[in-house]
Design a protein around this ligand. Sequence first.
Ligand code: UDP
Length: 252
Amino acid sequence: MARRKKIYEGKAKTLFEGPEPGTIVQYFKDDATAFNAEKRDVIEGKGVLNNMLSEYFMTGLNNIGVPNHFIRRLNMREQLVRACEIIPLEVIVRNFAAGSLSKRLGIDEGTPLPRPIIEYCYKDDKLGDPLVAEEHIAAFGWASQQDMDDIVSLALRVNDFLSGVMYGVGIKLIDFKIEVGRVYDGDFQRLIVADEISPDSCRLWDIATGQKLDKDVFRRDLGSLTDAYSEVAKRLGVMPKGAVPMKPTLIN
Ligand code: UDP
């Protein structure tokens, strides 16, 4: 196979130049990291599950008119996406208190929030992705006021879609993170959902039992991460019952 040009290697994904200009191949790795990469492991099959699940959510979003970067899945570990300029923010949407919000404000995990809360973190691993306010975003030029309005609108549409899809399979969407990218269509620019949507970037609790089905299983040593992600995939019909995630393949 011809050697492809690697554009970027992140903690859970590697990006390669795509076959046509303006496209990128996203390769989902099995690496799991938490606490700003202080905790790390390789979880066999995680990349395959996240590739399939992200395809499922992004395709659904496309079908209801929420623009995103997904073009098509190429194989078990790779998908073709539209290249975009990533806005250096993690956009977090919360429906119930958990994680850093619970810690910061002393609210019990699982407490329903009176309305969805959107938070922004500045994407910088060296700084540990600090929480920032719209004031910082505008002042430092990471996004304009118009961009922020568009980001809120995208984030809330993703929230409604994901909450509904998850509710349909007995799962509560506690919170999630998205990333947003800028694309240019001629003279016009617009924002689209980018990166991935998977149990790595969501908190998902079983409605009946409260069992965690997301990356907290890894962060908090609660059992098998692949079992948790497989359960989500099975309920959504993304993975046939009993399917074993593929081992990593050598790609270069
Ligand atoms: N999140 C993420 N990547 C990050 C930080 C957070 O995907 O770098 C997700 C996380 O999985 C959770 C939500 O964003 O679904 C809110 O995370 P929180 O701020 O509570 O941070 P954490 O407790 O994970 O440190």
